[in-house]
Design a protein. Structure first.
Ligand SMILES: Cc1cc2nc3c(=O)[nH]c(=O)nc-3n(C[C@H](O)[C@H](O)[C@H](O)COP(=O)(O)OP(=O)(O)OC[C@H]3O[C@@H](n4cnc5c(N)ncnc54)[C@H](O)[C@@H]3O)c2cc1C
Ligand code: SF4
Length: 595
């Protein structure tokens, strides 16, 4: 029983990242009284992320100053269900956020749209290659239940909110030079021009073009000019300062949820945010059919019940799934019987590539970088190549980025250099400004063996069972990574002025997924969207099948992961869900789809 019950609100929103603040903005403007509960602290670009203090490589990039504290909440991890999962006691493979703005503060800002085939992945492969093509025993490939054409206006709106810069490759069906020719038709061009490219990524583009590919600038939330978004937020041009990924931007130049959304809604009469407010569970009505609100711990650690007509789950994909499991929302996935949906289809991201050192004629100036600065090709992403010929589904973009040359994180040396000592120092001095790379940013198919559930042994600081992650790279993705690594090497060889190339592959044969080295904070699935309650947690509007007043946001909705970074797609979905909440659900609260 909660110690204190507060007056009821219309909407309670768990989390203040991109999705939580977008929900608060749209619903508050629609006349709903919104209470946002954020487990972390307040902070602001104007006062919290200013240089030179912010440019502390050790504090923010390596001691994770802006991120989640694993002493309070973490998860346990294992590669397969025969192993005993152990707690992740230090961040590594992924870096979830905490505090106002969530991970949208320390993100890079690469901002993609899903491909039409991504959203209808199962139908795409079945139509092209027949029912037998997908090995359902190993992969649970699904459609999203939302098509590209349906999502397009909402993807477009998000790009305007975040001021994305890029070159349109397909404008209303017209394929245009300089953009991604494989993207779905966009109704309007990017709101801003693409970033200017440095030496290394230009060499990548030249090498890729020589091999017959169509390189284009990675769409970027690092501003390329002064910009005002549809909410009235003003952003400034990026200085290419290089303290971008893992850092907040004190220049108002990286789109983030604070400057793009929070500042425009914080004084609205329908908006309230409570910091240091950690939601413990979502509470349910006695018939179990709806949520009645949430129970949280306030900043003094007291239990508080916040009743609400609508609960929005915006806590980041992993923690949305954890909250569902500890609250008894939906049916947990059972890997033995392969029934149940909460925790099912957890997927990650599959990376491989080639590090390049250039000869003395090339100077790359790596200290000049930005989170989304780079060039890419999309020939090998989902649906853009013949999957029957290559023997895997999914895919990814192959690109080259220049994000930073920071003192601790950027020390390129030739492969045979000692890891410390005088020789290492000499090599770092010599090669610091002569490095580049090519990366496959690959998709991750969902597998029946990869899932999230509750750990039977370990608990968090509040006594709740920890989330348990069971994951290893599916064979399909290992084939894709090996193939992509070879393509990355070919492009690297074509870049010119290359002295050495060192291949790497996180999903190499015989090598299990490791939770230690950073890969991406692109954890997807676990509460997936769809049109069938047997294989999805929410219907195509993001509404839980069995609790119609609970709406779910974030990458937990993805039925399998894309070959892209997730925020563009998940924000497109967020605005899609909010549209249907505002135009349909609020007037007549009910399941928006029949189960
Ligand atoms: C280093 C890094 C680089 C990235 N680069 C890119 C990129 O280039 N492109 C891209 O598309 N994506 C990128 N991402 C991913 C991107 O940041 C996320 O997709 C996005 O921020 C997710 O938004 P969200 O609203 O779902 O969750 P979050 O931003 O994680 O927000 C969730 C919020 O909920 C709060 N919360 C959680 N649990 C509770 C609880 N129980 N009670 C109260 N509050 C709670 C958290 O504290 C957090 O503030 C990157 C991420 C990282 C970490
Ligand atoms: S690189 Fe640009 S967007 Fe990123 S933190 Fe620096 S100024 Fe901001």
């Amino acid at each position: 029983m909660a110690a204190r019950t507060l007056p009821k609100t219309d909407v309670v929103i768990i989390g203040s990242g991109w999705t939580g603040l977008a929900a608060a903005y749209e619903l508050a403007q629609a006349g709903q009284r919104c209470v946002v509960l954020e487990r972390g602290k307040p902070r602001h670009d104007a006062t919290s992320f200013a240089g030179p203090e912010e440019h502390d490589d050790l504090k923010y990039a390596h001691q994770y100053g802006h991120m989640m504290d694993v002493r309070e909440q973490t998860l346990t991890f294992r590669n397969n269900s025969d192993q005993t999962a152990l707690p992740m006691r230090r961040l590594g493979s992924f870096l979830p956020g905490q505090g106002l703005g969530g991970a949208g503060i320390h993100w890079n800002g690469q901002s993609w749209r899903p491909l039409p085939a991504d959203l209808e992945m199962r139908s795409h492969y079945v139509e092209r290659y027949g029912e037998q093509f997908l090995d359902d025993d190993d992969m649970t490939v699904q459609d999203w239940g939302v098509s590209y054409d349906e999502l397009e206006p909402f993807l477009d709106f998000y790009e305007k909110v975040a001021g994305i810069g890029g070159n349109a490759g397909n404008l209303n069906g017209e394929i245009r030079d300089g953009g991604n020719p494989f993207e779905g038709p966009r109704s309007e061009d990017y709101p801003n021009p693409a970033m200017k490219q440095p030496v290394a990524t230009t060499l990548f583009a030249e090498g890729a073009a020589e091999l017959g590919y169509k390189p284009f600038p990675i769409p970027s939330a690092n501003m390329t000019r002064a910009y005002e978004n549809p909410y009235g937020a003003q952003l400034h041009p990026c200085t290419y300062c290089g303290f971008c990924e893992r850092f907040g931007c004190g220049y108002y130049a990286k789109a983030d949820p604070i400057i793009c959304i929070y500042d425009r809604i914080r004084d609205h009469e329908n908006f309230e945010i409570r910091f240091n407010s950690w939601v413990m569970r979502v509470d349910k009505s006695s018939d179990g059919k709806t949520a009645t609100g949430v129970t949280y711990l306030d900043e003094d650690g007291r239990e508080v019940f916040q009743p609400a007509d609508i609960v929005c789950m915006n806590a980041y994909g992993l923690w949305n799934v954890h909250l569902m499991l500890v609250s008894g929302l939906g049916t947990p996935y059972d890997p033995q019987s392969r029934t149940g949906t909460v925790g099912r289809n957890y997927a990650y991201q599959t990376l491989a590539g080639a590090n390049v050192l250039f000869d003395e004629e090339i100077i790359t100036n790596p200290f000049m970088g930005a989170g989304a600065l780079g060039m890419a090709i999309d020939e090998f992403n989902t649906g853009n190549y013949d999957a029957a010929e290559l023997g895997f589904v999914g895919g990814g973009y192959i690109g080259s980025t220049q994000t930073n040359g920071r003192p601790i994180g950027h020390q390129p040396t030739p492969p045979d250099t000692p890891a410390y000592g005088a020789e290492w120092k000499r090599a770092v001095r010599e090669y610091y400004s002569r490095s580049g790379g090519v990366l496959l940013h690959g998709s991750s198919v969902a597998s029946p063996n990869n899932y999230l559930d509750l750990d039977p042994t370990y608990v968090d600081a509040f006594g709740r069972p920890l989330l348990r992650m069971t994951f290893d790279f599916p064979e399909n993705d290992r084939r894709m990574a090996q193939w992509g690594q070879a393509r990355a090497r070919e492009i690297a060889e074509a870049m010119g002025h290359v002295e050495t190339i060192a291949d790497w592959n996180r999903a190499a044969p015989g090598q299990s997924y490791s939770i230690v080295p950073y890969q991406t904070t692109h954890n997807t699935g676990g509460a997936v969207i769809g049109t069938d309650p047997a294989t999805s947690v929410v219907n195509r509007y993001g509404q839980m099948w069995d609790h119609h007043n609970v709406f779910v946001f974030g990458a937990c909705l993805f039925p399998q992961n894309l070959g892209y970074n997730p925020t563009g797609p998940l924000m497109g979905l967020a605005y899609w869900t909010l549209h249907y909440m505002k135009t349909d659900y609020l007037e007549n609260p009910r399941p928006l789809m029949d189960a």
